[in-house]
Design a protein around this ligand. Structure first.
Ligand code: GLA
Length: 723
């Protein structure tokens, strides 16, 4: 009996720890994590219906089985009220479908019903099938109990004996709790002004966030957050998500006339058609989402932690980087680079990167792209001499590449004019004098893998900066049938991922940065495969504060490259060197300035700042970020990072422009232990409080005052927990 009781206890304990539970009797799934729950059920007609998404629930009996609804009118069918989890376009359904197809005979109706499911630890697969045909969809779910994140996508299979064409293939539809008054946060921008945070009320109708440009795009980033209308950094319920796809993507935010907000995202249906022959399948991108009961700050902290633990490649802390682009542009020479390397090493730089201009006939942006062999005039002995020099100085070596592109004036294009995407007898539009290779072609993919693999094998290269400096145009693939040509949008991205995955597997120490004219390719799909991303070509420090604020809504500081560059910069603005350093030190610090022009004082300050950065780097790159004061709304911008173990915290503060001789506002710290005592170290003596040690309670409730004066003043304070 005792043994039996013991066994029972163990089973009960396991069941309650289970993150995915299914009630066979009521056909309900409850996915539960530390931070959120998500519920679905099958109704009497066999439709899979969404039931709940929000804070954690523990009792599945609380969730009622989906009840049948009635048509409201002949214009308002019950289907519009039923919140189907993944709706096909068929029957009387007028909202944004998750899947739309055409059969060979022209029949386009698709009504999906539940068939079966499988649960394996934190993963759930639910099979749906059309009411008539063997067109099948597997919905894939994974829960991440520690952060409460959910991952969803879908696999669409044609098991009929006729071809079909997929016209819209989404990853997921997310339903908000029924009601109105929601607000959408999203990130917009353009070249040199990416990730600007916007918030606006959600009304009836549909808001479309998307890219049609072939890459993720500068204009909108594939991230959203929805709150009940009044959430702040630290309070309010927030539902948020991000799509892992670096090609044409779309997220629609729709409020139906029935007070239901639905978010549907996946492959952009614009110019989309994906033929599936009998037996073929299409898998949609992963869509990650989470829930925070404590505002936007907690939402992004959950996201950051999740990314560090489950998305990013598990690589070292980002080293301090020097990139020679802004110093030399295309005028790269072996001696010039060696001189810069000497200077960079003295400052404490750990990774020296040669940017554009080292290959082919690349003396400006009109020629050479595609010819990835070392320019013999600039580097008579190849790159080895420079790399040995850089390594001798104790730094790693990195190299810029832009594999997907070709100049018309290049040996590659002369040999393979058919390798670029094009429509026959139509213009091939050049942007920055370059054309886009059709990476959907496997011969192009193999060629590019070969080029990069050769470079990484021949030379001791630790790091590629992988650039992509234009969007697609004329996306034709003449070698394919007209019906299959539009696969290019998807297959291009798949092949890009394949090259990155293979390169990393073959060269495990190789690190990669994703750049696309700045932040044109920043998303969780590429971030699975690269170690950092370049948020913007705009390195002007004040503009950067807002770009970084937006970036941090969705992405963790570890992957955010941030450079110190020369002034005057964009907007003809000149900010002090310390200000520029402290702005850049909030991510993965790099320097892109022309070191040949720096004075001894500049170099001395830079050495001190780099030294300081190395002390706080683990906290910045792997700690928790608290956005205390926003550059969008305040004169002072303040961000605070707290290390995972709570022992170190660092506060960065920037004043835009003092007026009327007023003191800077008080800064209330967060994320500290109120009972603990912290020792304060100011980088430049701007602490108004003279006490060397202060309690967490005081720092969070009374706050800190900083002597920030004039325009573009800045400071940082390191806090060390002493008891
Ligand atoms: C793009 C990048 C820059 C630099 C140049 C080189 O503009 O964003 O950082 O690499 O290309 O041509």
């Amino acid at each position: 009996m005792k043994r039996f009781l013991g066994f029972l206890l163990v089973t009960v304990a396991c069941a309650s720890a289970q993150s995915i539970r299914y009630s066979a009797e009521r056909k309900i799934w409850l996915l539960t994590t530390n931070h959120s729950s998500y519920a679905m059920g099958v109704d009497a007609n066999g439709s899979l219906r969404h039931l709940y998404w929000g804070g954690p629930l523990w009792r599945e009996q609380d969730i009622a089985a989906p009840t049948p609804r009635r048509d409201v009118s002949s214009f308002d069918p019950k289907q519009m009220l039923e919140n189907e989890e993944f709706a096909g376009w068929g029957g009387p359904r007028y909202y944004e479908p998750a899947l739309k197809i055409t059969r060979e005979n022209g029949v386009r109706d698709l009504v999906l019903k539940y068939v079966t499911h499988r649960i394996q630890q934190n993963e759930l697969e639910i099979d749906l099938k059309d009411i008539r045909d063997a067109i099948e969809v597997t919905l894939r779910y994974r829960v991440y109990p520690e952060t409460g994140m959910l991952r969803r996508n879908a696999v669409i299979r044609n098991r009929t004996n006729q071809p079909i064409t997929v016209e819209s293939a989404q990853s997921a539809t997310w339903h908000m709790p029924p009601g109105v008054g929601y607000r959408l946060s999203y990130l917009t921008g353009r070249w040199a002004a990416e990730t600007q945070l916007h918030r606006e009320p959600i009304h009836e109708g549909m808001k479309v966030l998307e890219s049609r440009k072939g890459h993720t795009g500068h204009a909108i980033n594939p991230w959203f957050a929805i709150d009940e209308g009044s959430a702040s950094e630290e309070s309010g319920r927030v539902w948020f998500g991000a799509l892992a796809w670096s090609g044409n993507w779309r997220i629609t935010v729709e409020q139906t006339p029935y007070q239901q907000v639905r978010v549907t995202g996946g492959l952009n249906p614009f110019d989309f058609a994906y033929p599936l022959k009998p037996g073929e399948m299409l898998e949609t991108p992963e869509f990650f989402a989470g829930f925070s009961p404590n505002g936007f700050g907690a939402a992004s902290r959950l996201m950051h932690r999740f990314e560090r633990e489950h998305v990013f490649p598990q690589s070292r802390l980002r080293p301090v980087l020097y990139n020679s682009w802004e110093a030399t542009t295309f005028n790269v020479t072996e001696q010039g680079q060696k001189d810069l390397a000497d200077k960079a090493a003295k400052l404490g730089v750990e990774l020296f990167v040669v940017d554009d201009g080292w290959f082919g006939k690349r003396n400006n942006d009109r020629a050479g792209l595609g010819d990835w062999f070392v320019n013999p005039q600039k580097f008579p002995q190849g790159l080895k001499g420079l790399i040995d020099h850089v390594k001798g100085l104790g730094m790693d070596f990195g190299l810029w590449v832009e594999p997907e592109m070709v100049n018309a004036d290049s040996d590659l294009y002369r040999a393979h004019p058919d390798w670029v995407m094009n429509f026959p007898d139509r213009p091939r539009s050049e942007l920055r004098n370059q054309l886009v290779l059709n990476l959907a072609r496997n011969d192009v993919k193999e060629h590019l893998f070969g080029v990069l693999d050769k470079l990484a094998s021949e030379y001791d290269i630790r790091y590629f900066k992988w650039d992509m400096n234009r969007a697609f145009s004329e996306p034709g693939w003449p070698e394919e049938t007209p019906a299959a040509q539009r696969k290019l949008w998807v297959d291009y991205v798949r092949n890009l991922y394949d090259i990155l995955d293979r390169l990393r597997a073959k060269h495990p120490k190789l690190e990669i940065e994703s750049c696309s004219g700045g932040g044109g390719r920043v998303d969780l799909g590429i971030l699975k495969r690269v170690d950092e991303v370049w948020p913007s070509d705009n390195t002007e420090a004040f503009d950067r504060l807002r770009i970084q604020e937006g970036f941090s809504q969705a992405y963790a500081a570890k992957v955010m490259s941030a450079w110190v560059t020369d002034v005057p910069n964009m907007n003809r603005r000149s900010t002090p060197l310390q200000y520029r350093f402290l702005v850049a030190m909030q991510g993965a610090l790099g320097i892109g300035a022309n070191l040949n022009k720096w004075t001894d004082q500049d170099s001395a300050l830079a050495t001190r700042m780099i030294d300081l950065y190395k002390r706080i780097r683990p906290t910045v790159q792997t700690g928790e970020l608290y956005r205390l004061l926003s550059p969008r709304t305040e004169d002072v911008t303040a961000n605070q990072y707290v290390s995972g173990d709570g022992k170190q915290s660092v506060l960065f503060a920037f004043r835009h422009s003092q007026q009327y001789n007023l003191a800077a506002q008080t800064i209330y710290l967060r994320g500290l232990d109120e009972k603990a005592v912290y020792r304060l170290e100011s980088v430049d003596n701007k602490l108004a409080d003279r006490e060397p040690e202060l309690s967490g309670a005081y720092l969070m409730r009374r706050g800190l005052n900083l002597n920030l004066r004039g325009d573009f003043d800045s400071t940082a304070v390191i806090l060390l927990r002493v008891q």
